[in-house]
Ligand binder design. Structure first.
Ligand SMILES: C[S@@+](CC[C@H](N)C(=O)[O-])C[C@H]1O[C@@H](n2cnc3c(N)ncnc32)[C@H](O)[C@@H]1O
Length: 246
């Protein structure tokens, strides 16, 4: 099995612990408020959750009346998502690579959401072509991923503040292996690419960039975790793109 996939196959239980049903702090206080704002009313919409993991976003979107396809290349993630998903929801969980979506018809979807996944996808250019194919004329992609300018795995907290240790030039694309963090037990593999590269490949596949957002924490976090809130005002940790077909 491909190493990238293997590393995610080992993480399903720990990933569920990470996000549970409501999302971890990064999702709840940073990216989710934007995702909901941009999605609007999802009732009766057809939505692909690409790289769905254990399905927390698929479940929440389907709970609001959408018809959801959750796709992930890790079988263990798909099994966990099926196990925790309430039966009454309109969700289909399918194991597949992000660039192989032939089971989805041309122009059949209203939205693709992809939550903290693009930096993990090796075949990102082919994936963008597939997303363009499956979306209808008014369809949108909403994608959140780790900020490539501020990689968390390459920063150290010192007495003077946060220091970044760049081992490679920012502009060179590369595969990165980071050690496990928090309660995780195996390495994380991702692909560093400069921001300009993402803009180029989005355009190359036919998409226009409608929104580009660097989310900071919502005010709610100020009370719960003041330090995290302060840090979020100092540097962004994620980017969000909304893409349209026109
Ligand atoms: C950081 S997790 C995010 C999971 C979920 N979106 C969430 O927010 O909890 C990244 C997910 O993307 C999946 N993934 C990574 N590369 C993929 C690929 N090429 N095709 C499909 N899924 C992929 C992994 O298996 C993992 O479940």
């Amino acid at each position: 099995m491909d190493q990238d996939r293997l590393s995610w196959e080992q993480k399903a239980e720990d990933w569920h612990k990470q996000v549970m049903y409501d999302g971890d702090k990064s999702r709840k206080y940073f990216s989710d408020p934007w995702i909901w704002k941009l999605l609007g009313n999802v009732k009766d919409k057809k939505i692909l959750d690409l790289g769905c993991g254990t399905g927390y976003l698929s479940i929440r979107i389907a709970s609001k009346g959408a018809s959801v396809i959750g796709v992930d290349f890790a079988e263990t993630m798909i099994q966990k998502a099926k196990q925790i998903s309430p039966e009454n929801l309109d969700i289909e969980f399918i194991r597949s690579e992000s660039h192989k979506l032939s089971f989805i018809q041309n122009e059949s979807l209203d939205f693709v959401v992809s939550n903290f996944v693009f930096m993990d996808i090796k075949e990102i250019e082919k994936t963008m072509d597939e997303l363009y194919r499956v979306l209808n004329d008014r369809g949108k992609v909403i994608t959140v991923f780790s900020h490539p300018c501020f990689p968390l795995d390459q920063c150290q907290e010192t007495e003077e503040g946060v220091v970044f240790n760049w081992e490679h030039p920012y502009f060179s694309k590369r595969r990165v292996t980071s050690p496990p963090w928090a309660h995780h037990k195996s390495d994380f593999i991702h692909y560093h690419r400069p921001l300009s590269y993402y803009w180029q490949i989005f355009k190359k596949s036919g998409f226009s960039v409608l929104d580009f957002i660097e989310p900071v924490a919502s005010e709610e976090l100020k009370v719960q975790s003041p330090q995290l809130y302060e840090n979020s005002l100092f540097k962004p940790v994620m980017v969000l793109f909304q893409l349209s077909k026109d």
